[in-house]
Design a protein around this ligand. Structure first.
Ligand code: KG4
Ligand code: ZN
Length: 335
């Protein structure tokens, strides 16, 4: 009997400040390495040229650890998926050129992967995988906040994007105002968990009578409240701000559910690591008798398994192939 050869897909993610490498084989993660750049703590935000340098510093040793983790030799890699955009050009270019060198050396196919598609495909690693489509996906990260209509195996269609800041950016900026460090989302969550009253600082939920996402007003309101209160109850403040931001995400997603029939609702991207947000969307799904999907916690934030799983599906012919042709900074919608 002929034996089926395992394929090993190397994924490389360097779109922002996380250097993520992973190896995926038959839909499973067999190696996972990630280095998050703490250096940006000093500037309360990512400095692009420093991010690029840090990726270059980390990538070789993360690759070696991946080979060790998967227990394979370099020649056993079958294909490479590298994030080609959207993201910081310098950071993307480091990952892409490094990957290109490896692919030429080993004569391997190399796919250029859309970062947002990578986030959506982390849902294939969740215990309960989406099987029926369309699924309404909320993508909430540091760089993006949008609703997507996902009909696999066709890619996804953007319903709308934020008009200004992303949800993660708003959390990060408010955390900076409170001197909580960067990235701010996990810090705000940590303090909010200690809150006694999440309604004590009354924030206005944005866009209640409109459609779309907008976080800049909420951020301005936070700055004003911080100035007005001499003695701020940090836990209650974080919980109140977080509640308004998440109610906004919830409101707009629920509006979309009333416009189209979906089989499920999902949250992906860094902000989907938040336990409160997960619970809120789970009950939204229950209220509408829909399945709820979210990635395993460690796959919410940027990582190498994202481009690896998309590339594996390209290699298998499940989805349309996109070979690496360059890197790009802004979102490109597929038809
Ligand atoms: O997806 P991601 O890792 O990078 C981008 O593609 O931007 O998302 C990073 C964002 C940051 O804004 C960070 O503060 C936020 O995700 N984040 C969280 C949590 N963990 C990360 N926000 C809320 N709660 C968390 N636990
Ligand atoms: Zn991301």
């Amino acid at each position: 009997m002929a034996t089926v050869k395992n394929t090993y897909i190397l994924g490389i993610e360097t779109s922002c400040d996380d250097t993520g490498l992973a190896i995926v084989s038959n839909g499973e993660i067999v190696a996972f390495e990630k280095s998050s750049q703490g250096i940006h703590q000093n500037t309360n935000g990512v400095v692009p040229q420093i991010a690029a340098q840090e990726h270059l510093r980390e990538i070789n040793s993360l690759f070696q650890s991946c080979l060790d983790g998967a227990g394979i030799e370099i020649e056993e890699i079958s294909a490479i998926g590298v994030t080609s955009g959207p993201g910081l050009i310098g950071s993307l270019a480091v990952g892409a050129s490094w990957a290109l060198g490896l692919s030429q050396n080993l004569n391997l196919p190399i796919y250029g992967i859309n970062h947002l598609e990578g986030h959506v495909f982390t849902l294939f690693f969740s215990d309960e995988k989406p099987k029926k489509f369309p699924v309404l996906v909320l993508l909430a990260s540091g760089g993006h906040t949008m609703l997507l209509d996902w009909s696999y195996p066709k890619a996804f269609k953007r319903i709308f994007n934020t008009r200004d800041d992303s949800a993660g950016e708003a959390l990060d900026k408010v955390a900076t105002m409170l001197n909580l460090g960067f990235p701010g989302g996990p810090e705000i969550e940590r303090h909010a968990e200690q809150a006694k009253d999440e309604l004590s600082y009354r924030f206005t939920v944005p866009m209640r009578n409109k459609t779309g996402f907008s976080f800049s007003g909420l951020k301005t309101e936070a700055r004003k409240k911080i100035r007005e209160h001499d003695e701020l109850n940090l836990a209650d403040f974080c919980a109140s701000f977080q509640k308004a931001a998440f109610d906004h995400l919830l409101d707009q997603s629920e509006k979309q559910l009333s416009l189209k029939q979906y089989h499920g609702i999902a949250i992906v991207g860094g902000v989907s690591a938040n336990q409160k947000l997960r619970k809120q969307f789970q009950s939204l799904a229950q209220d509408h008798s829909l399945c709820f999907f979210a990635p395993p916690l460690k796959l919410s934030t940027d990582n190498g398994a994202m481009p690896a799983i998309v590339a594996e599906k390209m290699l298998n012919g499940e989805i349309e192939t996109s070979f690496l042709t360059g890197v790009y900074s802004r979102f490109k919608s597929k038809k």
